[in-house]
Unconditional design. Structure first.
Length: 204
């Protein structure tokens, strides 16, 4: 651990060795964030007394997650392999595969990529006779924003009154969600939304 801390500058070392608890670190590209995060996790395990299975390391990209996994595996050995290190979406998949059945989601659910989700929106719009009313991409973006704000179709419809565009999208959002459910499918937004609902609604 000591030799790794020697690779950090004073500010980085302050972040890596801060007492356990909330910590916000703001840093730009190329500033050594992954190195600091690696040292932080190692410090929590070795000096903070935190068992590896109680640590979750989250990143925004697969590349960063792989790099973190590699560095911690090399530095911590077997203990490093007991850490949960994922992107936010990959952690969502892991949680839902294991416990999604509590929300009626089969563990064999499939995941739509962005192109497939857009195709699903097009299919929904055709079935609703709404082609030409709005571009499918705009409908897809609106649904994604609604999910990011925690609005299910009913809540979105309730907030749509007086907004002509939202009033067109609301029934399409409901149809889109029904289509996903019928196919036991989630889109990328659901990989954040569903775990949040699961953790909020099912404390066990």
């Amino acid at each position: 651990m000591a030799h790794l801390l020697e690779t950090l500058n004073p500010v980085q070392r302050e972040a890596a060795c801060a007492p356990p608890g909330p910590l916000l670190v703001l840093a730009g590209a190329g500033s050594g964030k992954t190195r600091v995060l690696t040292c932080r996790i190692l410090w929590l395990m070795t000096e903070g007394g935190v068992p590896p299975e109680a640590i979750v390391g989250l990143t925004f990209t697969n590349k960063a997650a792989e790099e973190l996994r590699g560095r911690l595996g090399a530095a911590a050995g077997e203990a490093g392999r007991r850490l949960v290190l994922h992107t936010f979406h990959a952690l969502g998949v892991r949680i839902l595969r294991q416990w999604g059945s509590a929300m009626g989601l089969p563990p064999t659910f499939t995941i739509l990529d962005d192109d497939d989700a857009l195709d699903c929106v097009r299919d929904v719009m055709r079935a609703a006779g709404s082609t030409g009313a709005l571009p499918p991409g705009e409908v897809r973006r609106a649904i994604g924003l609604a999910k990011a704000e925690g609005l299910d179709p009913a809540a979105y419809a309730g907030s749509a009154a007086g907004d002509a565009r939202a009033e067109l999208i609301a029934p399409l959002y409901a149809r889109y969600e029904r289509a996903l459910k019928a196919a036991a499918t989630l889109d990328f937004d659901d990989l954040i939304v569903w775990p949040e609902r699961l953790l909020t609604g099912h404390p066990a």
